[in-house]
Design a protein around this ligand. Structure first.
Ligand code: AMP
Ligand code: MN
Ligand code: MN
Ligand code: MN
Length: 291
C-alpha cells in the first residue's frame, strides 16, 4: 500500500474544522438536532458532536442528519457534575449511546433537575415572582430536561429582564435569588460512565468556573487521576486569554484539546457552529483519540 508521505501533517496544513460542543431542543438548545446538523454543514464543520445536557435522545437523529449533509458525527453529551461544591460540566465523546450504566446515570440526573426546578420556582415566588416553574415548563422542549435556560426564557417573556444574560446576572447565577444548590453527579461518576461506555471525557469551558488557579490545578489532578483525557481550549465562552491559559494547562497536563462553540441557537450563543479560531498547532486535537 502506498502511504501519502505527508499524511501526518495534513491536519496542520488544513486543520479539521471540528465542533464538539452544542445543544439542540433535546436539552436547552433552540433548534432540532437535524437543523443543528444542517447549520454545522453550512458553516463548514467537518466533524461534529451534539452534546445535549444529560440526555442522549438526540444522537440517533443527529447522526442520520449528519450523514445526510455529509459531515462526520461523534456521539456527545454534556454531563452536569459538582466538584468541591462547584458546578462543572464534563463533555463525553465517542461513547456507546446504548450503554446501560451511562443511560441510568443520566436518567437520575434528569430526575434531579425536576425537583431542583420546583425549588427554583419556590425561591422566585419568595421574592414576589410567582408561577415561574409552570411558566418555564412552557419553554421546555424535552419534558425530562428542564434547565435554567428555560427559566431565563420565561422570565424574559414576562419582562423581568431584557435578555437571557440579564436574567442570569440578576436572578439565576450563584448568590442570586433564583439560584438553588443542587447535588449533581460526581466527577468520578461522570468520567466513569463515559469510560465505561468506551468514550473520552473532556473538561467543558474551564474558563467559566469560578475557581482559583490552585483549585483548577487540583481539579485537573483529580480529572487526570480518573483517566480524563481532554480539555476545551477553544470554546464559545473563552476569551483569547482563556485560550492561551488553557492551552498551557493542556500542555502541562498532557491533555488533548477540544474545540466547541456551545451553540444553543441563533440569538443566544456567543459563538456560531464551526466558527471558532483553530487550536494552537502544537496541541493534540481530541478527535485523534476517537476510533
Ligand atoms: P443548568 O444546567 O440548568 O444549570 O443550566 C445551565 C445552562 O444555562 C447553560 O448550559 C446555558 O445554556 C445557560 N446559562 C448559564 N449561564 C448563562 C449566562 N450567564 N448567560 C446565558 N445563559 C447561561
Ligand atoms: Mn445550556
Ligand atoms: Mn456547559
Ligand atoms: Mn453546553
Amino acid at each position: 500500500m502506498i502511504k501519502f508521505p505527508f499524511a501526518q501533517w495534513l491536519p496542520f496544513v488544513n486543520p479539521v474544522n471540528f465542533d464538539f460542543h452544542c445543544h439542540s431542543i433535546v436539552s436547552d438548545g433552540l433548534l432540532p438536532p437535524e437543523a443543528v446538523a444542517q447549520r454545522a454543514a453550512a458553516n463548514g464543520v467537518d466533524l461534529w458532536a451534539l452534546t445535549d445536557h444529560d440526555d442522549l435522545g438526540g444522537l440517533a437523529v443527529a447522526r442520520a442528519a449528519a450523514a445526510e449533509v455529509g459531515i462526520g458525527f461523534v456521539n456527545g453529551v454534556e454531563i452536569s457534575i459538582e466538584w468541591k461544591e462547584i458546578p462543572i460540566h464534563i463533555v463525553g465523546l465517542g461513547f456507546d449511546a446504548a450503554d446501560p450504566v451511562l443511560g441510568a446515570g443520566l436518567d437520575e440526573l434528569r430526575n434531579g433537575r425536576i425537583e431542583r426546578a420546583k425549588r427554583m420556582g419556590a425561591a422566585l415566588e419568595a421574592i414576589g415572582i410567582p408561577g415561574v416553574y409552570e411558566g418555564a415548563l412552557c419553554f421546555v422542549t424535552n419534558p425530562s430536561l428542564v434547565s435554567r435556560a428555560h427559566f431565563a426564557r420565561y422570565l424574559v417573556s414576562i419582562g423581568i429582564a431584557r435578555d437571557v444574560p440579564g436574567v442570569f446576572q440578576n436572578y439565576l447565577s450563584p448568590g442570586k435569588p433564583g439560584y438553588v444548590d443542587h447535588r449533581w453527579a460526581t466527577l468520578a461518576d461522570a468520567v466513569g460512565w463515559i469510560h465505561g461506555a468506551g468514550g473520552v471525557a473532556v473538561v467543558a469551558h474551564p474558563g467559566r468556573y469560578k475557581m482559583s488557579g490552585g483549585d483548577m490545578r487540583k481539579f485537573l489532578d483529580d480529572f487526570k487521576d480518573l483517566g480524563g483525557q481532554g480539555i476545551e481550549v477553544t470554546c464559545g465562552s473563552h476569551s483569547p486569554d482563556h485560550m492561551l491559559h488553557f492551552a498551557r494547562l493542556a500542555r502541562r497536563y498532557a491533555l488533548h484539546a477540544s474545540r466547541g462553540s456551545d451553540f444553543h441557537g441563533l440569538i443566544e450563543s456567543y459563538a456560531d457552529l464551526g466558527k471558532l479560531p483553530p487550536l494552537p498547532e502544537d496541541l493534540k486535537p481530541v478527535w485523534r483519540l476517537l476510533r
